[in-house]
Design a binder for this molecule. Structure first.
Ligand code: GSF
Length: 201
């Protein structure tokens, strides 16, 4: 399977983490792409019309996207057991994943605003509004994290990836100052092999 990837992307990292949790990391052939929303490599655009990564080219010629679809596909195909099948726990876990992905989207938008958009078009209020989303999400996670701190599933893995991305792109965001329980959970959880093997670069 060929995975369009970039080592900085948190959404790609999620796919790699799930592959590692499923024990099939070595089945992913990594195809590195450099892209922005205004610069899409042709091959990626023909495999994923949205021009985004991750995209997973399967051996049957089909291409899967986006990260949530790919992760669920890998989990189903290779028995990752990262998605509770039924009951309220399933919705809690999927909501946690949505929270983590939303945190990543907001942080990626901050990155694009500062790095891709021309300086004369940058809008500080936009950046602040995105960072405010990140901070509200972290405050909520701080309140809730005791409920899931002993779980390993797509929700907790996604949260760890989102916090890792925030540390990577916004090291000045002192989120640990107002989220000490989350920080303590993250310090331990982020030692998992799947997360250590896929640190952003
Ligand atoms: C989001 C992927 C995404 O925004 C998913 O896979 O879950 N809903 C999608 N990827 C970024 C790279 S990143 O910073 O992770 C991307 O491909 N950006 C290029 C673009 O055209 O937006």
């Amino acid at each position: 399977m060929k995975l369009y990837h970039n080592p900085a992307s948190p959404f790609v990292r999620k796919v790699r983490v799930v592959a590692a949790e499923c024990g099939i990391a070595d089945q992913l052939q990594l195809e590195e792409v450099v892209l922005t929303p205004v610069n899409t490599p042709d091959q990626l655009a023909s495999d994923n019309p949205l021009g985004k990564i991750p995209a997973l080219q399967l051996d049957n010629g089909q291409c899967l996207y986006d990260s949530r679809v790919i992760c669920e596909y890998l989990d189903a195909e290779f028995q990752g057991d990262l998605y509770p099948i039924e009951g309220w726990q399933r919705w809690q876990v999927l909501r946690l994943q949505a929270m983590a992905d939303g945190l990543c989207y907001a942080a990626v938008l901050v990155r694009y605003e500062g790095f891709v958009r021309p300086i004369d078009k940058q809008w500080s209020q936009w950046i602040e509004a995105q960072l405010a989303k990140c901070r509200r999400a972290i405050a909520q996670l701080e309140q809730d994290c005791a409920q899931y701190s002993d779980q390993i599933n797509i929700g907790t893995l996604s949260i760890a990836i989102a916090l890792g991305y925030l540390d990577f792109r916004n090291p000045d965001e002192a989120w640990r100052d107002y989220a000490p329980s989350l920080a303590s959970w993250y310090a331990g959880f982020s030692q998992r092999a799947s997360l250590q093997q896929t640190l952003p670069a």
